[in-house]
Design a protein around this ligand. Structure first.
Ligand code: DGJ
Length: 693
């Protein structure tokens, strides 16, 4: 008897089958199948042949490939009993629960005392699968590896795009060919990290932003993941995601984080839009709308907090249009540099003799919300907390320090209680609407309970202070994933406020992140992390592509710069209601110097496109940029929003340089928009309005 299940919507189908009573395997994942499709036939038709030099049956790439079935690749479970004996279960079917596109399957192996549960669901509104596995044991066991439900990818999808990065250059994409053997990522940093965003896109060499097939994955976990993308000797391919190797504690219950996955027939954008929508509608909760314009004082004052200066900065920020003022690192303990005070979350009386209230009152009187920086999981040796509780740290005492700091053991209830009480004393007694939650070093050990402890503390704080928004920062984008986004409303994408670097980072992050959660700030004229000087238009429009903020000392601005920044901020405010709900679609450009995207409103009736010329082009003239995501039969009015920035060296006459255009979606998506010539390191902003038929 073959059991089969079909999860699907109008975009995709996933068909599971299990022969005998064994674990099910995905026998089909791809475009939506007709309702009439006979799943029994699919299950049998998918069975691959056997020839010489092979065992007599191909072990399935089941939801958890089993060593006991002579699976020839990486197995989905690696576990030992208390005596160290390797466990090789052979699971058999116990029960199922089904409701629409939600399916739970339970399997067990009595001889090992193990049961394995899979929870699979498809959110139809976003066409994203959410897949989880949970292992239960009757005795204490050691689990080195438990994969979330394992998915096969087809042999025709020959490439993978995966992610690396570094401080100030998050979300670097690497496009690699699939080859025999396993591509393994095992993130040992204990956090999501700049270098290890837990995502993977399997596609064809020809898949572009706008066309082709893609199978995309994201593991929603903040404690470091492991990924295996393997081509077996017989050519079949599997993708596994789970917690970093050996990061689970010994015990009886082990669960993976959710693995999110989707199949797209519409290029990388098809998958990107689903992740973006899912973050907006299913992952992030209680995000303030409209999204307020940020001001963050870090690059203006660093640790040098002076009440009068901060008030003067706040005045200027409010004039420019800021609606939230975030007081960054330096307000607590004796924090005059980064060598001390983490852990002592009491207001520094030498900087704030009357507490924070005078500053907060000033900020709120300007109509801004007050936000405050914390790095709760960390402690400096030079702190009251460390002196009182040297035993509260995670890892050995002689470990290498990171930014002169140690990590608190967040699995301890007393540690979490201390942090909750310290933070509550500030949040509960002041008008605080926002917490920037930082995390500035890798962990000394990879440890899932640490991450569970962080999640528990944030959850507790969110319950106690439901009006407070949280931002996830980790030296910029070192902790960005759907696990942390389930409890925060914004991520600090990168410590790079260099607009040109930001263009690249936010472009690649848009494969998973919507604009509404992606913080992007207008930095100082002289960028502090790259040393470059970039014009205000480029800086302001780049930040306006995401959740806009400012982070320079606004007193450095010339009148022209201030005017430009105010104008872009006003534009952003006038458009944010739809922009922060829009789909970001990356554009394919023939000029590698151009990074371009279109943001299409949920209703489809308007869009904004941004084309940044990040360096001098090799070609002398700009070639048309083809848009995407529009209705080919609709007619759009097109405006070059920053037309007045076209330089004198543009001597020709593309119509858009002088006036708005009225053209069809088909024209925009096939011929594309011919833009005027411009200087490198500048940006073209284009707005489109769909006209009534
Ligand atoms: C690292 C963050 O990414 C910065 O934005 C800032 O908050 C500093 N930490 C403060 O120490």
């Amino acid at each position: 008897m073959i059991r089969t299940w079909h999860l699907g919507d109008r975009h995709q189908s996933l068909v599971l089958a299990c022969r005998n009573a064994g674990l099910p395997e995905v026998v089909y994942w791809g475009p939506a199948l007709p309702e009439s499709e006979n799943l029994q036939v699919l299950a049998k038709a998918a069975v691959m042949d056997v020839t010489g030099g092979m065992v007599d049956e191909n072990a399935p790439i089941s939801l958890n490939p089993e060593a006991s079935r002579t699976f020839p690749g990486q197995t989905g479970l690696s576990a030992r009993d208390a005596a160290g004996k390797v466990l090789a279960p052979r699971f058999s079917f116990q029960s199922e629960e089904r409701a629409g596109n939600e399916l739970s399957l339970v399997y067990s192996d009595e001889s090992c005392g193990l049961s394995l549960r899979f929870d699979l669901s498809l959110t139809e509104a976003t066409s994203l699968f959410k897949l989880k596995a949970q292992l239960q044991s009757q005795e204490d066991i050691v689990v080195d590896w438990l994969a979330a439900p394992v998915l096969p990818v087809p042999a025709y999808a020959d490439e993978m795009i995966e992610f690396s990065g570094r401080w100030c250059s998050e979300f670097l994409t690497n496009r690699l060919p699939f080859a025999p053997g396993a591509r393994v990522r095992d993130n040992r940093t204990g956090r999501t990290d700049h270098a290890h965003f837990p995502g993977l896109i399997v596609c064809n060499p020809t898949t572009s932003n706008t066309a082709g097939e893609a199978f995309a994955f994201h593991y929603g976990w903040s404690g470091g993941h492991r990924m295996v993308a393997e081509e077996l000797a017989d050519g079949r391919r599997q993708v596994q995601f789970g917690h970093a190797f050996a990061s689970l504690p010994t015990g009886t219950l082990f669960a993976t984080a959710p693995l999110y996955a989707t199949y797209s027939a519409d290029g990388l954008n098809g998958a990107a839009v689903r992740f973006q929508r899912h973050v907006r509608s299913q992952i992030v909760k209680d995000a303030r709308t409209p999204r307020p314009v940020h001001y963050n004082c870090w690059e203006a004052v660093y640790f040098d907090h002076k009440l009068d200066e901060l008030k003067a900065i706040a005045d200027r920020a409010a004039e420019l249009g800021a609606e939230r003022f975030v007081l960054d690192d330096g307000w607590f303990g004796k924090r005059d540099d980064d060598t001390s005070s983490l852990g002592d979350w009491t207001i520094d009386p030498s900087k704030y003799p009357d507490g924070l209230t005078p500053l907060i009152d000033h900020i709120t009187s300007l109509g801004m919300e007050f936000g405050i920086w914390y790095e709760p999981e960390m402690v400096n040796e030079d702190s009251g907390l460390y002196r009182a509780h040297p035993d509260w740290i995670l890892g050995p005492e002689d470990q290498t320090r990171g930014r002169q700091q140690l990590v608190l053991d967040m699995a301890r209830e007393d540690v979490r209680k201390y942090l909750f009480d310290q933070m509550s004393a500030v949040l509960g007694n002041h008008a605080v609407g926002y917490v920037k939650w930082d995390h500035n070093r890798v962990l000394p050990v990879v440890d899932a309970p640490q991450t569970e402890g962080v999640y528990a503390l944030i959850d507790q704080l969110r319950r106690a202070f439901p009006h407070v928004e949280f931002e996830s920062c980790s030296s910029g984008g070192g902790r960005i994933d759907f696990g942390i986004l389930e409890r925060t409303q914004r991520v600090w994408l990168s410590d790079s406020n260099d607009a040109l670097e930001r263009q690249r980072i936010q472009h690649d992050a848009a494969l998973f992140l919507p604009a509404s959660v992606t913080g992007s700030h207008v930095g100082p004229r002289h960028c502090h992390t790259s040393g470059r000087v970039i014009g205000m238009s480029m800086r302001a429009w780049t930040a306006a592509q995401r959740h806009l903020g400012f982070e320079m000392d606004p007193r450095e601005l010339t009148d022209d710069e201030a005017r430009m920044l105010k104008a872009v901020t006003d534009w952003w405010k006038a458009n944010r209601d739809w922009l922060m709900q829009a789909d970001i679609l990356r554009l394919d450009t023939i000029d590698p110097a151009i990074i371009a995207e279109i943001q299409v409103a949920e209703t489809g009736d308007r869009f904004a496109a941004f084309a940044a010329l990040t360096r001098p082009s090799d070609q002398i003239l700009p070639h048309p940029i083809r848009l995407t995501g529009l209705d080919p039969d609709a007619v759009y009015k097109i405006t070059l929003t920053n037309r007045d920035e076209t330089p004198g060296l543009s001597r020709g006459a593309p119509l858009l340089k002088y006036q708005d255009l009225t053209v069809s979606g088909r024209y925009l998506m096939s011929h594309g928009l011919t833009l005027p010539w411009r200087f490198p390191e500048t940006i073209c902003v284009i707005e489109g309005q769909r006209l009534p038929n």
